[in-house]
Design a protein around this ligand. Sequence first.
Ligand SMILES: Nc1ncnc2c1ncn2[C@@H]1O[C@H](COP(=O)(O)OP(=O)(O)OP(=O)(O)O)[C@@H](O)[C@H]1O
Ligand SMILES: [Mg+2]
Length: 185
Amino acid sequence: MTTATTTRPQGATIWLTGLPSSGKTTVARALAGRLRSEGHRVEVLDGDEIRRFLSAGLGFSREDRNTNVQRIGLVAEILARNGILAVVPVIAPYADSREAVRKRHATSDTPYLEVHVATPVEVCRERDVKGLYARQAAGQLKGLTGVDDPYEPPVDPDLVLETRHRTPVESVASVHAVLAARGLV
Ligand SMILES: Nc1ncnc2c1ncn2[C@@H]1O[C@H](COP(=O)(O)OP(=O)(O)OP(=O)(O)O)[C@@H](O)[C@H]1O
Ligand SMILES: [Mg+2]
């Protein structure tokens, strides 16, 4: 009798953390495009979209931000455990929240990569894709991450992207290289 061996593709979660307008969504979409073109199954769990359904009703207090991150972490881990590359461009400002997500992945032995999209706040303020920095400066918004709300930068991320000095395509190549080095792509 022969034993059938089934090989399933290994998934992973790739979490892109960084300030508003740092480039998380831009890099995530480009990365997802490249990975899909290579034949991988990919899901992008973007903070903005998630807040419209999975986290509808949550605000931006420390507690709600943590709840948001834990919910996304749960979904990402389930996807990744089942062979999907889950790309997560979500600010996730608190180190303990991110650590809990990392532990959740470790518990099921699911690969997890933390990527710090390390764009300085001055550059983010210039990009200001959603006009949040301008609204905060005009006193129309309170609690903007990195300005008047905390952002705890990762101490030991798997990768740091200095988007100031690299194009999105170069950033994607860096993430891809880490995935390749771990045998995930
Ligand atoms: N090298 C670069 N890498 C990434 N984005 C860049 C780069 N240079 C310029 N940009 C621009 O910076 C902006 C980043 O916006 P993006 O929506 O990706 O940020 P974000 O981190 O997802 O913000 P948010 O937390 O508000 O969703 C885009 O307009 C993008 O075109
Ligand atoms: Mg975004």
